[in-house]
Design a protein around this ligand. Structure first.
Ligand SMILES: [Zn+2]
Length: 170
């Protein structure tokens, strides 16, 4: 597998408070540092940096929608939007899917870490009921419906953000 594309800016610093990560993103210099806690969604970000795609599902038998056998949600939710009970974690094995829609981004806003141009893609992942906004590595021609598979920024490439999940054409 090829190396992940280089990103602009330094990766955020991570503080660990118990099991929870708090990221410190110096996106706009010392006066524009953004602090953000991942709270109960910390396992998702920890998983990305280790090459695993974790998602949540509702297994509450009283849930009016999931009825005890919910599909995976991504981005993950700590609690089910339908019954408000805690969801459980699971791993998407060999994550793959197809491009649901896309945008070719030629100019990004301030603070964007991904070098332009790039494809921002929405991915319908096999076995996941939601559609995930992410980005594609590669600038060749693409079309809606193209198959993609997940890739991860791990080890020294990890940013500890949602950028640690990206996609390559299958
Ligand atoms: Zn539910």
């Amino acid at each position: 597998m090829s190396e992940p594309m280089a990103l602009k800016g330094a990766p955020p610093r991570i503080d660990e408070i118990g099991d929870v990560w708090v990221v410190e993103i110096p996106r706009f210099g010392p006066e524009g540092t953004h602090y953000h806690t991942y709270g109960m969604l910390t396992p998702y970000f920890r998983g990305l940096g280790e090459g695993h795609l974790l998602a949540t599902q509702c297994v509450n038998p009283r849930c009016p929608i999931a009825k005890g056998a919910g599909e995976f949600w991504l981005p993950p939710r700590a609690d089910c939007p339908d019954c408000h009970q805690p969801m459980i974690w699971g791993e998407i094995q060999n994550p793959a899917g197809y491009i649901y829609t896309y945008t070719y981004v030629e100019r990004g806003g301030a603070g964007l870490e991904i070098p332009c141009p790039y494809y921002q893609i929405d991915v319908k992942i096999d076995g996941v009921c939601t559609i995930v906004k992410s980005y594609l590595q590669g600038r060749g021609p693409i079309k809606i419906g193209d198959r993609v598979r997940a890739a991860f920024r791990t080890g020294p490439h990890a940013t500890h953000t949602c950028l640690d999940l990206y996609w390559v054409l299958d």
